[in-house]
Design a protein around this ligand. Structure first.
Ligand SMILES: O=C(O)CCC(=O)C(=O)O
Length: 286
Protein backbone atom coordinates (compact mmCIF):
# COMPACT_ATOMS: atom_id res chain seq x y z
CA UNK A 1 0.00 0.00 0.00
CA UNK A 2 1.41 3.41 -0.93
CA UNK A 3 0.25 6.38 1.07
CA UNK A 4 0.80 10.09 0.76
CA UNK A 5 3.35 11.08 3.41
CA UNK A 6 2.80 13.65 6.10
CA UNK A 7 6.27 14.91 5.20
CA UNK A 8 9.74 13.44 4.74
CA UNK A 9 10.72 10.18 3.13
CA UNK A 10 9.93 7.32 5.46
CA UNK A 11 7.54 4.68 4.09
CA UNK A 12 4.35 3.55 5.78
CA UNK A 13 4.93 -0.13 6.29
CA UNK A 14 2.37 -1.89 8.41
CA UNK A 15 -1.26 -2.56 9.10
CA UNK A 16 -2.77 -1.78 12.52
CA UNK A 17 -3.71 -5.05 14.29
CA UNK A 18 -7.49 -5.54 14.11
CA UNK A 19 -9.81 -7.43 16.47
CA UNK A 20 -13.53 -8.01 16.92
CA UNK A 21 -13.49 -7.66 20.70
CA UNK A 22 -11.23 -6.28 23.45
CA UNK A 23 -9.81 -9.71 24.34
CA UNK A 24 -6.36 -10.51 25.78
CA UNK A 25 -4.80 -10.63 22.31
CA UNK A 26 -6.14 -7.17 21.48
CA UNK A 27 -4.82 -5.75 24.76
CA UNK A 28 -1.39 -7.35 24.13
CA UNK A 29 -1.28 -5.77 20.64
CA UNK A 30 -2.21 -2.40 22.16
CA UNK A 31 0.57 -2.76 24.74
CA UNK A 32 3.09 -3.63 22.00
CA UNK A 33 2.11 -1.16 19.25
CA UNK A 34 0.33 1.64 21.14
CA UNK A 35 -2.67 1.34 18.80
CA UNK A 36 -5.23 -1.30 17.77
CA UNK A 37 -8.46 -1.39 15.78
CA UNK A 38 -11.75 -2.89 17.00
CA UNK A 39 -13.81 -3.63 13.89
CA UNK A 40 -17.54 -2.88 14.06
CA UNK A 41 -17.28 -1.46 17.58
CA UNK A 42 -20.22 0.92 17.10
CA UNK A 43 -23.38 -0.66 15.63
CA UNK A 44 -25.44 1.10 12.92
CA UNK A 45 -28.00 2.02 15.62
CA UNK A 46 -25.35 3.70 17.77
CA UNK A 47 -23.89 5.43 14.69
CA UNK A 48 -27.35 6.88 14.08
CA UNK A 49 -27.36 8.20 17.66
CA UNK A 50 -23.97 9.86 17.07
CA UNK A 51 -25.29 11.42 13.84
CA UNK A 52 -28.23 12.88 15.81
CA UNK A 53 -25.62 14.34 18.19
CA UNK A 54 -23.68 15.83 15.29
CA UNK A 55 -26.82 17.48 13.94
CA UNK A 56 -27.35 19.11 17.37
CA UNK A 57 -23.68 20.00 17.87
CA UNK A 58 -23.27 21.70 14.48
CA UNK A 59 -26.48 23.68 14.94
CA UNK A 60 -25.01 25.40 17.97
CA UNK A 61 -25.61 23.07 20.92
CA UNK A 62 -21.89 22.60 21.56
CA UNK A 63 -20.21 25.69 23.04
CA UNK A 64 -16.62 24.32 22.87
CA UNK A 65 -16.36 24.15 19.07
CA UNK A 66 -14.59 25.71 16.12
CA UNK A 67 -14.94 25.79 12.34
CA UNK A 68 -11.83 26.39 10.24
CA UNK A 69 -11.62 27.23 6.55
CA UNK A 70 -8.08 27.16 5.25
CA UNK A 71 -7.39 29.57 2.38
CA UNK A 72 -7.55 27.73 -0.94
CA UNK A 73 -9.58 24.77 0.38
CA UNK A 74 -13.14 24.14 -0.80
CA UNK A 75 -14.21 22.42 2.42
CA UNK A 76 -14.02 23.43 6.08
CA UNK A 77 -13.02 21.35 9.01
CA UNK A 78 -14.64 21.58 12.39
CA UNK A 79 -14.12 20.19 15.82
CA UNK A 80 -15.96 20.17 19.08
CA UNK A 81 -14.91 19.00 22.55
CA UNK A 82 -16.81 18.23 25.76
CA UNK A 83 -20.05 18.35 23.75
CA UNK A 84 -21.49 15.46 25.82
CA UNK A 85 -22.31 17.99 28.51
CA UNK A 86 -24.74 19.74 26.13
CA UNK A 87 -25.66 17.12 23.53
CA UNK A 88 -27.92 14.32 24.80
CA UNK A 89 -27.23 11.76 22.00
CA UNK A 90 -23.48 12.01 22.70
CA UNK A 91 -24.22 11.41 26.38
CA UNK A 92 -26.25 8.31 25.46
CA UNK A 93 -23.44 6.91 23.32
CA UNK A 94 -20.83 7.51 26.02
CA UNK A 95 -22.78 6.23 29.03
CA UNK A 96 -25.43 3.81 27.68
CA UNK A 97 -23.72 2.04 24.76
CA UNK A 98 -21.27 -0.91 25.04
CA UNK A 99 -18.45 1.62 24.47
CA UNK A 100 -17.09 1.96 28.04
CA UNK A 101 -16.82 -1.81 28.46
CA UNK A 102 -15.03 -2.10 25.12
CA UNK A 103 -12.46 0.53 26.06
CA UNK A 104 -11.90 -0.27 29.76
CA UNK A 105 -9.77 -3.45 29.31
CA UNK A 106 -7.05 -1.48 27.50
CA UNK A 107 -6.39 0.64 30.59
CA UNK A 108 -5.94 -2.28 33.01
CA UNK A 109 -7.45 -0.02 35.62
CA UNK A 110 -9.81 -0.40 38.60
CA UNK A 111 -11.54 2.77 37.40
CA UNK A 112 -12.64 4.36 34.15
CA UNK A 113 -13.08 8.14 33.96
CA UNK A 114 -14.45 10.08 31.02
CA UNK A 115 -11.89 12.78 30.20
CA UNK A 116 -13.52 14.34 27.11
CA UNK A 117 -15.23 13.63 23.82
CA UNK A 118 -14.01 15.04 20.50
CA UNK A 119 -15.91 15.40 17.25
CA UNK A 120 -13.76 15.98 14.17
CA UNK A 121 -15.31 16.64 10.77
CA UNK A 122 -13.15 17.18 7.72
CA UNK A 123 -15.58 18.21 5.01
CA UNK A 124 -15.17 17.17 1.37
CA UNK A 125 -12.01 18.72 -0.12
CA UNK A 126 -10.59 20.13 3.07
CA UNK A 127 -7.31 19.26 1.39
CA UNK A 128 -5.04 21.23 3.72
CA UNK A 129 -6.59 20.10 7.00
CA UNK A 130 -3.64 17.86 7.79
CA UNK A 131 -2.92 16.82 11.36
CA UNK A 132 0.80 17.01 12.20
CA UNK A 133 2.62 14.36 14.23
CA UNK A 134 1.68 14.77 17.88
CA UNK A 135 0.98 12.97 21.15
CA UNK A 136 -2.41 13.73 22.69
CA UNK A 137 -0.83 13.72 26.14
CA UNK A 138 1.33 16.75 25.30
CA UNK A 139 -1.82 18.91 25.62
CA UNK A 140 -3.15 17.46 28.88
CA UNK A 141 -2.73 18.70 32.46
CA UNK A 142 -2.53 15.06 33.54
CA UNK A 143 0.13 12.87 35.11
CA UNK A 144 -0.06 9.12 34.52
CA UNK A 145 0.18 6.56 31.75
CA UNK A 146 -3.38 5.25 31.58
CA UNK A 147 -5.04 7.59 29.09
CA UNK A 148 -6.51 6.33 25.82
CA UNK A 149 -8.21 7.80 22.77
CA UNK A 150 -11.04 5.67 21.36
CA UNK A 151 -11.75 7.06 17.89
CA UNK A 152 -14.79 5.81 15.98
CA UNK A 153 -14.92 6.32 12.22
CA UNK A 154 -18.26 7.72 11.05
CA UNK A 155 -17.48 7.49 7.31
CA UNK A 156 -15.43 5.09 5.19
CA UNK A 157 -11.80 6.16 5.62
CA UNK A 158 -9.57 4.89 2.79
CA UNK A 159 -5.75 4.91 2.99
CA UNK A 160 -5.35 8.37 1.47
CA UNK A 161 -7.14 10.02 4.38
CA UNK A 162 -6.33 7.54 7.16
CA UNK A 163 -4.54 8.21 10.42
CA UNK A 164 -1.04 6.84 10.74
CA UNK A 165 0.81 5.90 13.93
CA UNK A 166 4.45 5.60 14.91
CA UNK A 167 4.48 2.01 16.12
CA UNK A 168 5.57 1.57 19.73
CA UNK A 169 6.18 5.29 20.29
CA UNK A 170 4.19 5.15 23.54
CA UNK A 171 6.70 2.61 24.92
CA UNK A 172 9.34 4.86 26.51
CA UNK A 173 6.58 6.87 28.21
CA UNK A 174 8.17 10.20 27.27
CA UNK A 175 5.90 13.19 26.64
CA UNK A 176 7.33 15.52 23.99
CA UNK A 177 6.44 19.15 23.31
CA UNK A 178 2.98 19.97 21.96
CA UNK A 179 2.80 21.13 18.35
CA UNK A 180 0.66 24.09 17.25
CA UNK A 181 -1.77 22.45 14.81
CA UNK A 182 -2.54 25.57 12.76
CA UNK A 183 1.16 26.32 12.23
CA UNK A 184 3.68 23.70 13.38
CA UNK A 185 6.58 26.13 12.87
CA UNK A 186 5.28 28.41 15.66
CA UNK A 187 5.24 27.63 19.40
CA UNK A 188 2.06 26.15 20.89
CA UNK A 189 0.50 28.65 23.32
CA UNK A 190 0.89 26.39 26.37
CA UNK A 191 4.28 25.06 25.26
CA UNK A 192 6.24 23.27 27.99
CA UNK A 193 9.75 24.12 26.90
CA UNK A 194 11.30 21.74 29.46
CA UNK A 195 10.01 18.80 27.41
CA UNK A 196 12.00 17.38 24.47
CA UNK A 197 11.08 18.72 21.01
CA UNK A 198 9.34 16.30 18.66
CA UNK A 199 11.98 14.30 16.76
CA UNK A 200 12.13 14.09 12.95
CA UNK A 201 9.72 11.16 12.78
CA UNK A 202 9.36 10.96 9.00
CA UNK A 203 13.13 11.15 8.62
CA UNK A 204 13.86 8.39 11.15
CA UNK A 205 14.98 5.28 9.23
CA UNK A 206 14.16 3.10 12.28
CA UNK A 207 10.58 4.34 12.70
CA UNK A 208 7.82 1.91 11.71
CA UNK A 209 4.40 3.24 10.80
CA UNK A 210 1.00 1.64 11.10
CA UNK A 211 -2.25 2.51 9.36
CA UNK A 212 -5.48 0.89 8.23
CA UNK A 213 -8.60 1.69 6.23
CA UNK A 214 -11.77 2.03 8.30
CA UNK A 215 -15.49 1.49 7.79
CA UNK A 216 -18.13 3.39 9.80
CA UNK A 217 -18.23 1.92 13.30
CA UNK A 218 -14.61 0.72 13.34
CA UNK A 219 -12.77 2.10 16.34
CA UNK A 220 -9.08 2.88 16.76
CA UNK A 221 -7.75 2.79 20.31
CA UNK A 222 -4.43 4.41 21.05
CA UNK A 223 -2.36 5.52 24.00
CA UNK A 224 -2.19 9.26 24.67
CA UNK A 225 1.58 8.87 24.23
CA UNK A 226 1.47 7.26 20.76
CA UNK A 227 2.54 9.67 18.03
CA UNK A 228 0.00 9.97 15.20
CA UNK A 229 -0.71 12.18 12.19
CA UNK A 230 -3.25 12.40 9.37
CA UNK A 231 -3.50 14.02 5.94
CA UNK A 232 -6.16 16.53 4.90
CA UNK A 233 -9.32 15.24 3.25
CA UNK A 234 -8.98 15.25 -0.55
CA UNK A 235 -12.07 13.08 -0.96
CA UNK A 236 -15.31 14.47 -2.39
CA UNK A 237 -17.15 13.52 0.78
CA UNK A 238 -17.08 14.02 4.54
CA UNK A 239 -14.47 12.27 6.68
CA UNK A 240 -15.68 12.39 10.28
CA UNK A 241 -14.89 10.70 13.57
CA UNK A 242 -16.14 10.85 17.16
CA UNK A 243 -13.59 10.02 19.81
CA UNK A 244 -13.83 9.44 23.53
CA UNK A 245 -10.80 9.94 25.74
CA UNK A 246 -10.69 7.90 28.92
CA UNK A 247 -8.41 7.98 31.96
CA UNK A 248 -7.50 5.20 34.38
CA UNK A 249 -6.45 4.78 37.99
CA UNK A 250 -2.86 6.06 37.76
CA UNK A 251 -3.96 9.46 36.47
CA UNK A 252 -3.82 12.61 38.60
CA UNK A 253 -4.33 16.26 37.77
CA UNK A 254 -1.51 18.75 37.23
CA UNK A 255 -2.49 22.39 37.67
CA UNK A 256 -0.60 23.82 34.69
CA UNK A 257 -1.71 26.06 31.78
CA UNK A 258 -3.71 24.04 29.24
CA UNK A 259 -6.87 24.45 27.17
CA UNK A 260 -9.99 24.90 29.32
CA UNK A 261 -11.36 21.73 27.67
CA UNK A 262 -8.88 19.71 29.73
CA UNK A 263 -8.94 21.74 32.96
CA UNK A 264 -11.24 21.90 35.95
CA UNK A 265 -10.92 24.83 38.37
CA UNK A 266 -11.82 22.63 41.36
CA UNK A 267 -8.82 20.30 40.90
CA UNK A 268 -5.35 20.77 42.37
CA UNK A 269 -2.06 19.14 41.43
CA UNK A 270 -2.05 15.55 42.64
CA UNK A 271 -5.85 15.18 42.84
CA UNK A 272 -7.56 12.21 41.19
CA UNK A 273 -9.56 13.70 38.31
CA UNK A 274 -13.06 12.52 39.25
CA UNK A 275 -15.43 15.51 39.17
CA UNK A 276 -18.59 16.51 37.27
CA UNK A 277 -16.51 17.35 34.19
CA UNK A 278 -14.43 14.13 34.26
CA UNK A 279 -16.92 11.65 35.77
CA UNK A 280 -16.22 8.13 36.99
CA UNK A 281 -17.96 5.76 34.58
CA UNK A 282 -16.78 2.34 35.84
CA UNK A 283 -15.38 1.08 39.17
CA UNK A 284 -14.20 -2.51 39.54
CA UNK A 285 -16.59 -4.58 41.66
CA UNK A 286 -19.51 -2.13 41.29
O1 LIG B 1 -8.29 12.49 12.33
C1 LIG B 1 -7.41 13.32 12.36
O2 LIG B 1 -7.13 13.99 11.39
C2 LIG B 1 -6.63 13.56 13.59
C3 LIG B 1 -7.20 12.96 14.84
C4 LIG B 1 -6.30 13.17 15.99
O3 LIG B 1 -5.14 13.42 15.86
C5 LIG B 1 -6.82 13.05 17.34
O4 LIG B 1 -8.03 12.88 17.52
O5 LIG B 1 -6.00 13.14 18.29
Amino acid sequence: MTLPKTSGNAAVIGEIASFNSPDAEAVAAYDRDGVVCLRGAASPDWLAVIEAGIAAAVSGASSDSDVVKIKGDQGKFSFSSQAWREVEPFRQFIFDSPLPDMCWPFLKSRTLNLFYDFLLIKEARSDSAATPWHQDHAYYPLIGQKVINCWTALDPIPPETALRFWKGSHGPGIVYQAVKFENPSEDYKHLRAERPPIPDIDGDPEAEFLTTSLEPGDMLIWSSRTFHAAPGNRLDRRRAAFSINWAGDDVTYEDVPALETYRDPGLKTGDPITCAKFPLVRLLGH
